[in-house]
Design a protein around this ligand. Structure first.
Ligand SMILES: [Zn+2]
Length: 340
């Protein structure tokens, strides 16, 4: 079933290959709420900047055109307008799908070419007040660059995928920006190139010029032992688990539920949107380095942050011959996508 009839209209139903519902409606509802917050900020601050963003977001994914595969009945997004505002929940969702897909390809290719081991690194600083958030992130970006210039880090690692995440402590009204970093390392990293957790911590402290000891987590993605015959099945399973763990950190930063709490425009939500907008606008939230950057380039992957959000999987742009179009339009009253 591609769509179901209710009264005299049909509601969009889009499912993945595994039958999971794609929640277009839910994302659009959250985007509309985000748009209302930008409107609220325009009223509060009086700057047209916020009104313009409100309008952009409210126009996001108003109309979706899909191609339907005749054989499987599955829908494939073919045309849509996405606003690309950093805090738009609809766009954040599309980006996270795209980043996850890219990372899957990149990790597969890196495994094939370099057979690296993988480690996860989490770099944090103390929570900050809203008005310090922007500067703190700027400092962290600089600190990060410095960190990867330290000799031991440079020689011990093969590259990185970095994602900035910001969570909020609602009780204390503070923000917690931190980096999730996925790092391929040579297999012999665990020998003499090994960087202990305490070293990562002191490198980060030094790079950030902090007067306190920051919390730094480091973890090997998967401990692979030497191959013996009967472990092959286990190997495969472990490789899959490793991949899953890797994709876990591809999730796009700021979850929208963490930005706006509840379903209404509130003063606290307006503050959150104000500070996050200020801190994140026109900023790159993800980055690749070393071999991962090279592979990203070699695979000709487009920009997941500012690029096309319609086509997620870039290789299959030619749609099967036997398709027809399905068009769905957002209906403000019904609060759902209606097939037109
Ligand atoms: Zn959008």
């Amino acid at each position: 079933m591609t769509y179901s009839s209710e009264s005299n209209y049909s509601i969009l139903q889009d499912k993945t290959a595994t039958g999971k519902k794609r929640d277009w409606k839910g994302k659009k509802v959250r985007s509309s709420l985000m748009s209302s917050h930008y409107e609220g900020l325009e009223k509060r601050i009086g700057a047209p900047y916020y009104g313009k963003k409100a309008e952009k977001i409210s126009n996001c994914a108003e109309c979706l055109t899909f191609k339907r595969e005749k054989e499987t009945g599955r829908l494939k997004l073919y045309q849509a307008y996405f606003c690309k505002v950093r805090l738009c929940p609809m766009c954040a969702w599309r980006r996270s799908l795209k980043i996850a897909y890219h990372n899957k390809l990149i990790v597969e290719e890196a495994n094939k070419q370099y057979k690296p081991a993988w480690i996860f690194l989490t770099l944090t600083v103390k929570n900050v007040e809203g008005d310090q958030l922007k500067q703190t992130i700027t400092d962290m970006m600089q600190g990060y660059r410095k960190l990867f210039q330290y000799k031991k880090v440079k020689t011990g690692t093969l590259g990185f995928f970095r994602a900035l995440e910001i969570t909020k402590n609602h009780k204390e009204n503070t923000y917690h920006p931190h980096f999730h970093v996925l790092i391929p390392v040579k297999r012999n990293y665990f020998g003499k190139s090994y960087i202990k957790q305490a070293e990562w911590t002191s490198f980060w402290k030094k790079a950030m010029k902090l007067d306190y000891t920051p919390i730094v987590h480091v973890q090997r993605v998967k401990g692979k032992k030497g191959i013996d015959a009967e472990a092959i099945e286990k190997e495969v399973r472990e490789a899959m688990e490793e991949q899953k763990a890797i994709l876990e950190i591809s999730k796009y930063p700021v979850k929208d539920t963490d930005v706006i709490r509840g379903n209404e425009v509130t003063e606290e939500n307006l503050d959150t949107v104000y500070y996050l907008d200020d801190a994140l606008s026109a900023r790159r939230l993800i980055g690749y380095g070393g071999i991962l950057k090279d592979i990203h380039k070699k695979l000709n992957l487009t920009d997941a942050e500012d690029g096309d959000l319609v086509r997620i999987e870039e290789d299959d742009d030619e749609v099967a011959n036997e398709t027809f179009e399905v068009m769905a339009r957002w209906h403000v009253g019904i609060k759902n996508y209606i097939i037109t």
